[in-house]
Design a protein around this ligand. Structure first.
Ligand code: ADP
Ligand code: MG
Length: 234
């Protein structure tokens, strides 16, 4: 399988502060990359650079096809129904046929367990339901690479699972994904590869087994010791 995303020597600064420092990553089709690291280490900035939301000072990002991004805040349009939210970009941006887009939106809602909510407005949905709609909104644009930035961080604990299950289902469908998360049990279960960032640099780029069982660096050990993920999820 070929590479769908290649990041070469990417550096990014805000004013004179370097927040990403010589980042190189390549991602193959169907690969799931989990990015972890302490707050402020540059995870969101990295996803935003990949998605073209930020200009970069050095290096290069090459993507085969489109990216779709899902954020911590779902940002659905409040005055539009679920179905209208989903259909907006495919109709306006991609100029696709309405009947075809509607059919696809309904099928995708079914897959995430939200068929009955298609005519509801965002305010009538729980946080977990809104986040699942936001994931469908990204998927319906048929991106080559999906980027998830702490999509469960703002959810009540009982809604985290339903959103993570949707992402696990996407992994089963061989979607290429970059996932920033603090859910360590989930990270371990879904990752093909884990990248540990600190201070804008890649400290580890390794397998989940290696990273979680036997991290090479003291920094990663220290970071992992702040989570009690095994106890919590068993
Ligand atoms: P993370 O997602 O890992 O918590 P971020 O990528 O959001 O980290 O931020 C990385 C660093 O860049 C932080 O020090 C943050 O304060 C800084 N930063 C992020 N966005 C901006 C911005 N728009 N202007 C200036 N500094 C920023
Ligand atoms: Mg962030």
């Amino acid at each position: 399988m070929g590479e769908v995303l290649k990041i070469e020597h990417l550096s990014k600064s805000y004013e004179d502060i370097k927040v990403l420092d010589d980042i190189s990553i390549s991602v193959k089709a169907g690969e799931v990359l989990v990015i972890v690291g302490p707050s402020g280490c540059g995870k969101s900035t990295l996803l935003r650079c990949i998605n073209g939301l930020e200009d970069i000072q050095d290096g290069k990002v090459s993507i085969e096809g489109r990216t779709g991004m899902v954020f911590q805040s779902y940002d659905l349009f409040p005055h539009m129904s679920v179905l209208q939210n989903l259909m907006l970009a495919p109709l306006k941006v991609q100029k696709r046929r309405k009947d075809e887009v509607k059919k696809e939106a309904e099928a995708m809602l079914e897959r995430v367990g939200l068929s009955s909510k298609k005519n509801n407005y965002p305010r009538q949905l729980s946080g977990g339901q809104k986040q699942r709609v936001a994931i469908v909104r990204a998927l319906i644009m048929h991106p080559e690479v999906l980027l998830f930035d702490e999509v469960t961080a703002a959810l009540d604990p009982e809604m985290v699972r339903e959103v993570l299950d949707v992402i696990l289902d996407l992994a089963k469908q061989n979607k290429t994904m970059l996932i920033v998360t603090h859910e360590m049990a989930f990270a371990r279960a879904i990752a093909d590869r884990v990248i540990f960032l600190e201070g804008g640099k890649i400290i580890e780029d390794t397998s989940p087994a290696q990273f979680f069982d036997d991290p090479r660096t003291e920094r990663a050990k220290k970071f992992l010791s702040t989570f009690e993920y095994e106890k919590v999820h068993e």
